[in-house]
Write a protein that binds this ligand. Structure first.
Ligand SMILES: Cc1cc2nc3c(=O)[nH]c(=O)nc-3n(C[C@H](O)[C@H](O)[C@H](O)COP(=O)(O)OP(=O)(O)OC[C@H]3O[C@@H](n4cnc5c(N)ncnc54)[C@H](O)[C@@H]3O)c2cc1C
Length: 562
């Protein structure tokens, strides 16, 4: 009744019929304008019509658009992106490396792997090449009591004791065995789901690993994989997440099939850029943050943006991460299980840094560049030092570089410090690991993803304990709204592969409703991660310490008892 009166008043003022959407959007814009004093907010103009609206121009949204147009080139679609750029969590910047030279580096998603078919197919289709991550040489670990810095050359991590290595192996075996039983489609179908969702990963690790060095190693892994500490993550979520990649070891390794196996020549953001060229730049609308989505009894969905634009289509694909979905107004409202899930899938925290040097000093000193660290004790006003993991980032054009992350809780704590304090602490820590040459970079670049609007963190949104019974709502359409985005993927969720796979799946859903035959694409989407679990260490090398350990044990018992 109230709304009808407003419509009549507006109609009287403008001397023409006014739609309810015009009115709702008008008041929305006025509210936003008053609140934010945004100069660019305009009053609503005409409604733009199309067949499909895709919200978000990250890799998943761009993939959905590309696959839809491959299936049916006559489809009219619009892509609405909040930022002034395409690519979302992929961001390739040209960094000034001194001497007037520039080189491209990935400040967002970077690595791909042979076990990630969707992204590899996409790269091949777009004629983008990959090259292997450099891994040869001595690696560094700083975990366990005393924050001792240890080095190791073999596949076996240096944990300070053989028992630590064995305990880590036993932990991984147990976790892999459990993970294999849990489907990411609906983890709650597992018979132990409730028990494991009531537990944080911290509790799961404490129950299964006694030595501090093993716990620190798993903590560093969780921080860099999810961007959160073990005590924030549901054990059920973590195991299902790992299973979507084919196992925990796949998430951690830089060897064949591991998540850090391959780099992309020219960076990963170009994937979305090339896809934008293919779907037509005129269909991509940047600086259009979606604020509200309305579905009425008709067959249309109306999408409103903060700049006052209105779009209408038969279907919408929302490719935005869960932590951003909560900022959009839906009518009718989202289902209760989806709302609960979105409210409880916070985004992780990674600050990524790229440091370039004159030479690959670490390689010359026999190091691979790889560091895993628990932070090495308090520094400044933070509970640990800034470094979680570091890798060699030397480019295919041979520009020497290291890449690293301040991840999880340390990332949040170091966010309080100034950029200069982070820089000098990171370089100081690297000099402790490698030597004083580390203090003389040619450039230092950091990307604090917490400060990036319309992501607010990275690399992925994760499940906290107690809400996994709602997880199956993640992919369930809400009327004419379909969902994609790496979090909704069933194959390498959280990764570039997951973004492509989920974009393909959303394209299938919508095009099927449009009467298209999507059998071929559906086949790709329904592929499962390969079940094989690569052993973390080669068996002969692992057996050596085990045999030594058993021999010492046997000697000990024979001296005491016989
Ligand atoms: C530092 C970092 C390191 C990573 N490392 C790797 C790696 O090595 N390998 C790997 O495979 N993956 C990695 N990832 C993860 C990978 O980048 C992501 O999985 C992938 O890019 C996600 O794509 P997406 O399309 O699902 O989401 P996004 O890229 O986040 O795209 C979502 C888009 O929606 C837009 N949006 C949000 N809200 C709105 C709104 N209201 N209206 C309109 N648009 C909106 C956003 O601006 C964004 O462009 C990393 C990520 C980061 C940040």
């Amino acid at each position: 009744m109230f709304q009808t009166e407003i419509i009549n008043v507006c109609a009287a003022f403008s001397r023409r019929p006014v739609s309810p959407f015009y009115v709702v959007n008008y008041f929305h814009c006025v509210e936003v304008y008053n609140k934010k004093k945004m100069d660019e907010v305009k009053l609503p103009n005409e409604v733009k019509e199309c067949d499909i609206i895709i919200i978000g121009c990250g890799l998943s949204g761009m993939t959905a658009a590309y696959e839809i147009l491959k299936l049916e080139p006559s489809i009219k679609l619009f892509l609405l992106e909040a930022k002034d750029r395409i690519g979302g969590r992929t961001l390739t910047n040209e960094i000034n490396i001194g001497g007037g030279q520039k080189e491209k580096f990935d400040l967002g998603g970077q690595w791909v792997a042979s076990s990630q078919p969707d992204i590899l197919e996409m790269l091949e289709e777009l004629n983008i090449k990959t090259y292997p991550q450099f891994i040869n040489g001595t690696k560094i670990m700083q975990v366990g009591h005393g924050n001792v810095i240890r080095t190791y050359k073999s596949d076996i991590p240096s944990l300070g004791s053989y028992w630590g290595v064995i305990e880590l192996q036993l932990f991984i075996w147990k976790a892999e065995k459990l993970a294999k039983q849990i489907s990411i489609e609906d983890p709650y179908l597992w018979d132990k789901a409730q028990e494991y969702d009531a537990m944080t990963m911290e509790t799961f690790v404490r129950n299964n690993a006694r030595s501090q060095s093993v716990r620190d190693t798993i903590q560093a892994a969780c921080r860099s994989v999810i961007g959160a500490d073990l005590d924030r993550v549901s054990a059920l979520f973590f195991l299902a997440y790992a299973n979507s990649a084919g196992g925990i070891m796949k998430l951690l390794m830089a060897t064949e099939n591991g998540a850090q196996e391959l780099r992309v020549k020219g960076g990963t953001q170009q994937i979305s850029e090339i896809l934008a060229d293919r779907v037509g730049r005129e269909n991509v609308q940047l600086n259009q943050p979606v604020s509200a989505i309305y579905q009425d009894q008709t067959e249309f969905v109306t999408v409103h943006t903060l700049t006052g634009k209105i779009f209408r289509a038969r279907h919408v694909i929302a490719s935005i991460p869960p932590n951003c979905i909560t900022r959009i107004q839906f009518s009718p409202p989202l289902s209760e299980d989806r709302k609960l899930l979105m409210d409880n899938m916070p985004v992780g925290h990674l600050t990524k840094f790229i440091i370039t040097y004159d030479k690959t000093f670490w390689r010359e000193n026999g190091f691979s560049g790889e560091i895993v660290s628990n932070g090495g004790g308090p520094l400044l006003t933070c509970s640990t030092g800034p470094i979680s993991v570091v890798y060699d980032a030397t480019t295919d054009k041979n520009v020497p570089a290291l890449v690293g992350f301040i991840a999880g809780r340390p990332g949040v704590e170091w966010h309080r410090q100034t950029a200069e304090e982070r820089r000098s602490s990171i370089l100081g820590c690297l000099s402790e690991f490698f030597g004083s040459w580390a203090l003389q970079p040619t450039s230092f670049t950091e990307k604090v993803w917490a400060d990036e609007e319309y992501n607010g963190g990275c690399p992925v949104c994760f499940g906290v304990p107690g809400v996994m019974f709602t997880f199956s709502a993640l992919r369930r359409p809400h009327g004419r709204i379909h969902w994609c985005g790496t979090e909704t993927s069933t194959h390498w969720a959280g990764y570039l592969n997951g973004a492509v796979q989920s974009g393909r799946r959303a394209a299938c859903e919508v095009m099927k409703l449009n009467g298209k035959n999507v059998t071929q694409l559906e086949k790709l989407v329904s592929r499962k991660p390969s079940a094989d679990v690569d052993p973390p260490y080669s068996f002969p090398s692992l057996l050596t310490p085990i045999v030594v350990f058993l021999a010492v044990l046997a000697a000990f018992f024979s001296v005491y008892f016989f």
